[in-house]
Design a protein around this ligand. Structure first.
Ligand SMILES: [Zn+2]
Ligand SMILES: [Zn+2]
Length: 256
């Protein structure tokens, strides 16, 4: 069985832990090495227990801890080729980095199989991941997406646990302090997923058997945990669905 937790989540840094009894991976590694190690400690783990790190894309909130980690540890890091230059830039231990030429790849780590799929976002490239354990349990991670593509929906279908982006409340964003160009960027099809879009995606994925969601990458300025949770739960209840829904904490570990 897979266990899923976000170590921290949001524009200040993202990191998700997925593990079985024998294998542990991180999806993204934002903030800094100390924050990652401290969060792992709360989960009863050490950075030495991490078998691999999978990078979704090269934005700082997803890779900022990698610089120190790459120098201190020989943890294999998996990244797609368009994101690789930024991830490896100026770093000495780039030989730990496995660069995947396509946005769709499959990687075996211990007793799990990790699969990537493309997501629309304003980075050089961006992927989500699904993880399957040898006992057939499945989990997924998909954040930083301008809209929910059919491919993302199909890839995440059948996952029992999913970490999904609920970035902003549209009214809060439109009426908020961000400059016009930034609002347009976030709302665009290469921006971020709103609560409403997340809610309808959750409903579809719950109909496909998802039992638990962690709503993640919430904007500090344009969303609140209550707004995200209410939007998703109302949509799920309207469909007669009742999976567990948790909001990822910005700076603390959030377990399903
Ligand atoms: Zn991003
Ligand atoms: Zn991000």
């Amino acid at each position: 069985m897979l266990r899923v937790a976000t170590l921290f989540s949001g524009s200040s840094g993202n990191c998700t832990l997925l593990r079985t009894d024998n294998t542990a991976i991180l999806v993204d590694c934002g903030k800094n090495c100390k924050a990652v190690c401290e969060a792992l400690k709360i989960e009863g783990m050490d950075i030495a227990d991490i078998d691999a790190i999978f990078v979704t894309h090269e934005h700082r909130d997803h890779i900022s801890a990698l610089d120190v980690l790459m120098r201190k540890r020989a943890i294999p890091i998996h990244v797609t080729s368009p994101s690789a230059p930024e991830v490896c830039k100026g770093r000495s231990a780039a030989e730990n980095v496995e660069v995947h030429s396509g946005l769709i790849f499959e990687q075996r780590v211990g007793d799990i199989t990790v699969s990537s799929f493309p997501l629309p976002h304003d980075s050089a490239a961006h992927v989500g991941y699904t993880v399957m354990s040898d006992d057939g349990d499945r989990a997924g991670v998909a954040t930083d997406m301008g809209y929910a593509t059919m491919e993302a929906f199909n890839r995440l279908s059948g996952c029992r646990q999913i970490v999904l982006e609920a970035n902003h409340d549209i009214a809060m964003l439109k009426g908020g302090p961000y400059p016009y160009y930034l609002k347009q960027r976030i709302l665009s099809r290469r921006g971020h997923l709103s609560n409403e879009e997340c809610a309808s995606l959750c409903r579809g994925l719950a109909e496909k058997g998802c039992e638990a969601f962690i709503l993640s990458h919430l904007s500090a300025e344009n969303n609140t945990p209550d707004l995200a949770l209410t939007a998703v739960q109302e949509c799920l209840y309207a469909g007669g669905l009742s999976p567990a829904v948790t909001v990822a904490k910005r700076s603390e570990v959030t377990d399903i």
